[in-house]
Design a binder for this molecule. Structure first.
Ligand code: MG
Length: 383
C-alpha cells in the first residue's frame, strides 16, 4: 500500500463568520469542528501521518481539538490558503509520502469511505478530488437580472479531500506560489496533472457562515438511522490489589485476570460499538494472541471502536452498561465510571448509564470467581 499523508488546512481566521473564534474551532455536536475530520483521518488505516496547518495564535484551541489523537506536530500557515498548503507540503518533504490528501478543517463530515475512494483513484491518477455534479440550472447575473443561462453539462462542484501524488503536487505548488488559485486541484491543473473526479456527498459541506454551522448542527443532531449493539464479557478474579472497571481504578483484594488490563466493562462496551456497525468483535481488532496488546489500557479499544463509528459519520445516542459481581462494591464508583466512558466516547455524561448488580450469591459471579459485564449502545448513522 502506498504511504499516504494527510494535510488539514485550518489556518483561516474565518472573517466571513464573524466573532473571535475561528469557525474550525466552534463546537459541533460537542466537539470542535476541526476534531471531526481529524478523528476520521486518524481512524483510517491507510493514512500514516496527519498534519494540521494552523494559525500560531490558535495553538491552545488546536491542542483541545487534537487531544488524544495520533497527529504530527502542526505547522504554521501563511497569509493565504494556498501559502498554508505549500508550507504544509514543505513540512512533509523529508518524509516524502507517496500520496497526500489535502482537506479543509472546516469540512467536518468527512467519511472513511470517501477516503477509500480517493486513495483508490490515486492508484490510477496523479490527482483525485471529491466533487459533485451541478444539479441546479446556472444563471449568469448582471445588475440583478438574468443575463443568460450557463450550460451545466460537465460542471462539478469541487470539495475536499483533494488527493495527489506527493512529489507532483509539491512541485506544482512551488511553481504556483504567488498566483492566486482557488484550490489545490487548480494548482495541479496548472501543472498539467490529470485530476480525477470522485463523487463526494451533499453532507460534506464546508462551514463558512453561521448559517452553515446551524445547518451542520441540524444535520448532526437529526434522527439518523438508529443502530443498536450489545456486548458481553467475563474475566476471572484472582488475588490482587484492585481492578480497573470502565476506566476507573478501584482498590480491592482481588484483580481481574486477562491479556490487557482486563477491564471487562470496556470490553463489553467495545463489542457493543463494533456490533452496532457490524464491524466484528474485539478479538478480531485486538487479537489476544498478539503480544502488543498485553497489559494495554482497554480505553484504547473503546477509542478505536469510537473512531470507527465516527468514521462512518455515526454518533453515540446512549450507552447502558451493567457490571455483574458480588465484590468489590461498585456503587460508589458509578458516577466516575460514567464520566470516564462519556469522555472516551466524547458524549455528554448524561448519555452514559453504568449500573451494578450482584447475582444474589449465585453462579460464578456470586461465588466471586469473576466479573461479568453487558453493554448496550444506540448509535445514529447517516441515512
Ligand atoms: Mg475481555
Amino acid at each position: 500500500m502506498p504511504a499516504c499523508a494527510a494535510l488539514i488546512v485550518a489556518a483561516g481566521r474565518g472573517r466571513r463568520f464573524g466573532g473571535d473564534l475561528p469557525k474550525q474551532y466552534r463546537m459541533l455536536g460537542g466537539r470542535p469542528v476541526l476534531r471531526h475530520s481529524l478523528a476520521v483521518l486518524a481512524a483510517h488505516p491507510g493514512i500514516r501521518t496527519i498534519r494540521a496547518v494552523i494559525h500560531p495564535d490558535d495553538r491552545p484551541l488546536y491542542d483541545v481539538a487534537a487531544e488524544g489523537l495520533p497527529l504530527a506536530e502542526p505547522v504554521a500557515g501563511g497569509e493565504t490558503r494556498q501559502e498554508s498548503v505549500l508550507r504544509g507540503l514543505e513540512s512533509l518533504a523529508d518524509e516524502a509520502p507517496d500520496h497526500v490528501l489535502i482537506h479543509d478543517g472546516a469540512r467536518p463530515f468527512l467519511t472513511l469511505s470517501l477516503i477509500d475512494d480517493l486513495l483508490a483513484a490515486l492508484e490510477e491518477h496523479p490527482g483525485a478530488i471529491a466533487a459533485l455534479p451541478v444539479a441546479d440550472t446556472l444563471k449568469r447575473g448582471a445588475e440583478g437580472l438574468v443575463a443568460d443561462t450557463v450550460p451545466r453539462d460537465g460542471l462539478w462542484r469541487a470539495q475536499t479531500p483533494q488527493g495527489f501524488h506527493f512529489d507532483a503536487i509539491l512541485s506544482a505548488h512551488r511553481r504556483a506560489a504567488g498566483r492566486a488559485l482557488t484550490d489545490d486541484a487548480a494548482v495541479a491543473e496548472a501543472a498539467g496533472m490529470a485530476v480525477a473526479l470522485v463523487p463526494g456527498s451533499e453532507e460534506n459541506v464546508k462551514i463558512t457562515t453561521a448559517e452553515d454551522l446551524a445547518r451542520a448542527q441540524r444535520l448532526f443532531e437529526g434522527p439518523g438511522m438508529p443502530r443498536i449493539g450489545s456486548g458481553f464479557d467475563v474475566h476471572r478474579l484472582v488475588p490482587g490489589d484492585g481492578v480497573t472497571l470502565c476506566g476507573v481504578r478501584i482498590a480491592a483484594d482481588v484483580s481481574l485476570e486477562g491479556h490487557s488490563d482486563a477491564d471487562v466493562g470496556l470490553h463489553a462496551l467495545t463489542d457493543a460499538l463494533l456490533g452496532a456497525i457490524g464491524a466484528g468483535d474485539i478479538g478480531q481488532h485486538f487479537p489476544p494472541s498478539e503480544e502488543r496488546w498485553r497489559g494495554v489500557a482497554s480505553e484504547r479499544f473503546v477509542r478505536h471502536a469510537g473512531a470507527l463509528v465516527a468514521g462512518l459519520g455515526g454518533r453515540v445516542g446512549n450507552v447502558d452498561l451493567t457490571l455483574i459481581c458480588q465484590r468489590p462494591r461498585l456503587a460508589p464508583h458509578r458516577r466516575a465510571m460514567a464520566a470516564r466512558v462519556a469522555a472516551l466516547l466524547e458524549v455528554p455524561a448524561e448519555r452514559v448509564s453504568i449500573k451494578a448488580t450482584t447475582t444474589e450469591g449465585l453462579g460464578f459471579t456470586g461465588r466471586g470467581e469473576g466479573i461479568a459485564a453487558q453493554a448496550s449502545v444506540l448509535l445514529h448513522l447517516p441515512r
